[in-house]
Design a protein. Structure first.
Length: 240
């Protein structure tokens, strides 16, 4: 992640110089996150599809090759994201991401300590990062001159909709099944699941609030501006 700003500054010098200090600090996290989402996440969907085709519930589809690749990849991503994104955000007073990462480490430890039968739920957790792919791409496009375009609006709305289905419905269901499973020997680690779910609901509220402000608030602002212009025009006519 340290090499990402240097690499981008060489490949895209004009674009890199247009970024402010805050965006340059966030750049490594967004780029590595996007790489994570376009590699591990599609394979997780592929795993779910193949597991759906299995007719015997006692013989789940578990691709060993994918696990050997995805498990350390995901763990390494969480570690890097913690040090290069979540911890720096603490300096700005934002602690929700470090809380999320701490819970993610707690959940990972609980999963590694539990029964192997629950491994079939692993891809259902990974596909939640499908949402972040849309979010990160929109972030990059906003910094590339596409801020108020239809494409960025589409990505932002898609992010919000997918967040609801994948992180609210899907993740809450998976956590409930794991939390109540007799195979889940999680101990106190089981309480990481509901805490992570509560954090998703909190973020869903913030997402809805932000989109409402952008798509509904902008309309009312525009209307107020038009009213002000009309009033100014009338006053100008009266004075003339």
């Amino acid at each position: 992640m340290v090499l990402i700003p240097k690499t981008i500054s060489i490949l895209f010098p004009a674009w890199y110089k247009s970024l402010d200090v805050k965006k340059i600090e966030e750049l490594p996290a967004y780029v590595t996150s996007l790489v994570h989402h376009i590699t591990v996440v599609p394979l997780a969907w592929w795993w779910i599809y193949n597991d759906f085709l299995v007719t015997d519930p006692n013989e789940p589809y578990v691709p060993a090759a994918y696990l050997r690749f995805a498990a350390p990849f995901c763990l390494g991503f969480i570690v890097a994201d913690t040090f290069f994104y979540a911890i720096p955000l603490i300096r700005r007073g934002n602690v929700e991401y470090i809380i999320h990462h701490a819970l993610a480490f707690w959940m990972t430890y609980a999963l590694l300590s539990s029964s192997g039968h629950l491994i079939r739920y692993f891809p259902h957790i990974i596909i939640c990062d499908t949402t972040n792919g849309f979010f990160n791409l929109a972030w990059i496009l906003r910094l590339s001159g596409f801020r108020d375009t239809v494409l960025v609006s589409f990505l932002e709305i898609s992010f919000a909709v997918l967040f609801f289905f994948l992180r609210i419905i899907n993740l809450s269901t998976v956590f409930y099944l794991m939390f109540t499973s007799p195979d889940g020997n999680f101990g106190i680690g089981r309480f990481a699941f509901p805490l992570i779910s509560l954090l998703q609901f909190y973020w869903q509220f913030k997402i809805a609030q932000a989109l409402s402000k952008k798509f509904l608030g902008s309309g009312s602002t525009k209307k107020n501006n038009n009213n002000k212009e009309a009033t100014t025009s009338k006053d100008a006519k009266k004075s003339s």
